[in-house]
Write a protein that binds this ligand. Structure first.
Ligand SMILES: [Zn+2]
Length: 304
């Protein structure tokens, strides 16, 4: 049998290449047009502050960084950072819990930008700074919402915002474990914000959600403390990237060496504010890109 080799004429080949090229160019421009979500893990020193710019242009802040007599992260870091990005209004502020390294910077932020809603655990915590913050929220007539597991926040139709914790009855006598935990999902890419939850709250989340916890990007609980990030929790979340919000030279020894090893053993790419500065993750809902800022803040580590 004779096998006849057919060769595509050159002009046809050219047309084929041209149509493939046009197809790829169309895909690239479509990707460029697709709205993106950007999450900034702002380097505030020893404390937490994440900014989320949603695909439809809404602004969410989770915690506001620390404050002490020598340093106000809200005034010195977060307000200028948001202003540089052109933020005019904050649509939602989530308070993970009432410790100073998470809420200390909020008074300056709330007095610099109009804020639509504040979500808080409502866990009664007697601290002058928390009580003052609640008064400020009230005086500014900001809508105050108690965040509880199961709540969905409708802010941007392109994303899903789910409150996963704390449970309704606030089971723990401790602000860390009662932290507000939020999962923000844009199509295939999910971010999990965990405040300062410890192993107890992690276990409870696993029991309640298991695979629902799965997220590509994890804000490491409690600054990488040895009391959090259990094997079971990492197994359930199964993150590809984890970010530790931690200040250089902090006096708590965060992050813990065993915890760092655990993340490494799980094959997670780790970023941390003390060595990487502000960490920015941008996603179109399909893929994501991690960028590291150069503006590392060196903290005296006065708050936990
Ligand atoms: Zn903390």
């Amino acid at each position: 049998m004779e096998i006849k080799k057919t060769k595509m004429p050159f002009h046809k080949l050219k047309t084929a290449f041209l149509s493939i090229f046009i197809f790829i160019a169309a895909l690239v421009s479509l990707a460029a047009q697709r709205p993106t979500m950007t999450v900034h893990f702002i380097d505030v020193g020893q404390g937490d502050c994440s900014l989320i710019q949603t695909p439809s242009g809404k602004t969410i802040l989770i915690d506001g960084g620390p404050e002490d007599p020598y340093y106000d992260a809200g005034k010195e870091r977060v307000v200028p950072y948001l202003a540089a990005l052109g933020v005019k209004k904050i649509d939602a502020v989530f308070i993970s819990h009432a410790h100073r390294d998470h809420i200390g910077g909020l008074p300056a932020i709330l007095s610099s930008f109009p804020v639509d809603k504040v979500y808080d655990s409502g866990y009664v915590y007697p601290s002058p700074i928390y009580e003052k913050l609640l008064k400020q929220i009230n005086t500014a007539k900001i809508t105050y919402v108690i965040a509880r597991a199961g709540m969905k926040v409708e802010l941007d139709p392109l994303i899903e915002i789910k409150v996963l914790a704390p449970p309704k009855n606030l089971p723990w006598d401790d602000p860390n474990n009662n932290s507000v935990v939020v999962q923000i999902k844009y199509k295939d890419i999910a971010f999990l914000f965990t405040g300062d939850i410890e192993a107890d709250a992690e276990d409870s989340l696993i029991r309640q959600y298991r695979y629902g916890l799965e997220s590509q990007i994890l804000k490491v609980p409690h600054h990488g403390s040895k009391t959090s990030s259990t094997d079971d929790f990492l197994d359930a979340v199964n993150p590809e990237v984890a970010v530790i919000q931690v200040g250089r030279g902090n006096r708590f020894g965060h992050p813990n060496a065993n915890v760092l090893r655990r993340y490494k053993d799980f094959g997670v790419r780790l970023y941390r504010n003390d060595t990487d500065g502000t960490v920015i993750i941008e996603t179109d809902g399909k893929v994501y890109e991690v960028r590291k800022g150069a503006d590392t803040y060196s903290s005296s580590g006065k708050t936990n």
